[in-house]
Design a protein around this ligand. Structure first.
Ligand SMILES: NCc1[nH]cc(CCC(=O)O)c1CC(=O)O
Length: 326
C-alpha cells in the first residue's frame, strides 16, 4: 500500500463524523497520511423510499464500486447499514471499538415513552423500531420518516412529531446526545445487528497494517454473531429483528428477537458459547444456532424471514410490511 491512504465515506454529517473519528485514530496511532474522499450515492440523493430503491445496500454500492475501481483504499460504513452478503473482492478490514449500541427516544419536553400522551406521533423509518414502539405503546401513531439525524430531530423541534427514535451512537458521534430523553435498555429493546459499530471495508488481498491499530476483536466477534442471525434468517436490514451480542471474558452471549410488524407478538432467543480460539467461527455458529431456534419457534410466520420470504415480491408480504430501513 502507498504511504498515503484514501478513505471514502458518504457525505452525510453522520458519515463524515464517524469517518473523521476513524481517520483521527489512524493518524494518531500510526502517523500515516490520510485523504478523505466523499462519495454521494443514489440513496443520499433520492427521496424515494429505500425499499423502492432496492433496499439493502443502496448507500454502500457507490462506495464499493469506487473501492473496487481503486479510487480509494478503504470505506468507513455504519456496520448496521452494510448488507450481510459477501461482496466479491472486498472484506471487512477492521472493526473498531463499538459505540453504545442502544436506541434512544428523543421526545419534546424531555418526555419518556411512558409519559407521551395517548396517540402521540412518533417518527421512525425502521420496521424494528415500529414494532418495538407499538409493543409497548399500541396507542401511538407511528410516522414513517426518512432523512438524516438532523432532519429527524428537526421534526420534533418544529412540533410536527412528539418524538423520534434514534441510535445513541449516531447522536454521540454528532455531539447531539443531549437530544435524548430516554435510553432504552437492550434487554427490553434489542437493536439492529451491528448498531453502534463501524466497518472499515478494504480490497481482499491488500495489506494495510495500519488497520491493526484500530481493530477491536471483541467488537468484531459480537457484531459477526449478530449479523450471522440476520444472514441465517435470510433477512435484510429492514427486517423487524433486534440482536445484541456481548463478549465477556471468553464467553460470547447473543440475544435476538423477531417481531411481528405491529409489535403484538415477538419471539426471543438467547444463547452463549465459549470462545476457544477461532472466535469468528464460534460467532457464526452461535448466530446460526439462534436463528435456527427462532425459525423452529415460528419466526417465519411472524415476519417475512427465511427461505419463504422472497424479498417483498409477494404482495401479501409487501402489504404486511411497509418499506423502511434502520
Ligand atoms: N441508517 C441510519 C443509521 N445508520 C447508522 C446510524 C447510527 C449509528 C450506528 O448505529 O452506528 C443511523 C441512524 C440511526 O439509526 O439513528
Amino acid at each position: 500500500m502507498s504511504s498515503k491512504l484514501r478513505v471514502a465515506t458518504r457525505g452525510s454529517a453522520l458519515a463524515r463524523a464517524q469517518t473523521g473519528h476513524v481517520v483521527a485514530a489512524l493518524v494518531e496511532a500510526t502517523g500515516i497520511e490520510v485523504e478523505t474522499v466523499i462519495i454521494t450515492s443514489e440513496g443520499d440523493r433520492s427521496k424515494e423510499s429505500l425499499a423502492s430503491l432496492g433496499g439493502t445496500g443502496v448507500f454502500a454500492s457507490a462506495l464499493r464500486e469506487a473501492l473496487v475501481a481503486g479510487d480509494c483504499d478503504m470505506i468507513v460504513h455504519s456496520l448496521k447499514d452494510l448488507p450481510t452478503a459477501r461482496y466479491d473482492g472486498l472484506v471487512i478490514g477492521a472493526v473498531p471499538l463499538r459505540e453504545d449500541p442502544r436506541d434512544v427516544l428523543c421526545a419534546r419536553d424531555g418526555l419518556t415513552l411512558d409519559e407521551l400522551p395517548e396517540g402521540a406521533r412518533v417518527g421512525t423509518g425502521s420496521p424494528r423500531r415500529v414494532a418495538q414502539l407499538l409493543a409497548l405503546r399500541p396507542d401511538l401513531t407511528v410516522v414513517d420518516i426518512r432523512g438524516n439525524v438532523d432532519t429527524r430531530l428537526g421534526r420534533v423541534r418544529d412540533g410536527d412529531l412528539d418524538a423520534v427514535v434514534l441510535a445513541s451512537a449516531g447522536l454521540t458521534r454528532l455531539d447531539r446526545l443531549d437530544a435524548a430523553s430516554e435510553i432504552f435498555a437492550l434487554d427490553l429493546w434489542p437493536t439492529a445487528p451491528g448498531q453502534g459499530a463501524l466497518a472499515i471495508e478494504t480490497r481482499e488481498g491488500d495489506s494495510i497494517p495500519e488497520l491493526l491499530s484500530i481493530e477491536h476483536p471483541p467488537t468484531r466477534t459480537a457484531v459477526l454473531a449478530e449479523r450471522s442471525v440476520l444472514a441465517a434468517l435470510e433477512a435484510g436490514c429492514a427486517a423487524p429483528i433486534g440482536a445484541t451480542a456481548t463478549v465477556s471474558g471468553d464467553e460470547l452471549t447473543l440475544a435476538a428477537t423477531v417481531y411481528q410488524a405491529d409489535g403484538a407478538v415477538e419471539l426471543g432467543c438467547e444463547r452463549s458459547a465459549r470462545l476457544l480460539g477461532d472466535d469468528i467461527h464460534v460467532a457464526s455458529l452461535l448466530g446460526e444456532a439462534v436463528a435456527r431456534q427462532l425459525l423452529d419457534d415460528g419466526a417465519a410466520e411472524l415476519a417475512p424471514v427465511g427461505p419463504s420470504a422472497d424479498g417483498g415480491a409477494d404482495p401479501t408480504t409487501a402489504a404486511r410490511w411497509p418499506g423502511g430501513t434502520e
